[in-house]
Design a protein around this ligand. Structure first.
Ligand SMILES: [Zn+2]
Length: 84
């Protein structure tokens, strides 16, 4: 059984899509039982969607091409080096 810390680390790092089937099943079961982690997943998804809108040309014409590139890279990069 995964802990809340495990689930939040996987979700925050963006590694959920790359996780093994068994791990995703474990995460799904955890999310079914844990409202705290469900809220966390929702928040991460909202932040990612808001960030993607920022790099959308039509909705954010003020951002430079370089800034959009940096944001896109940060969104795609796994954040495994965040402090514990
Ligand atoms: Zn949890």
């Amino acid at each position: 059984m995964l802990s809340c810390k495990d689930v939040s680390a996987i979700v925050a790092s963006g590694e959920l899509q790359q996780a093994s089937t068994w791990r995703r099943i474990n995460i799904t079961f955890h999310l079914m039982m844990c409202q705290t982690c469900r809220h966390f997943v929702d928040q991460v998804r909202d932040i990612r969607q808001a960030s993607r809108r920022l790099v959308d040309d039509e909705k954010a014409p003020g951002l430079s091409k370089e800034a959009k590139q940096r944001i896109t890279e940060q969104l795609q990069k796994p954040t495994s080096n965040h402090g514990e």
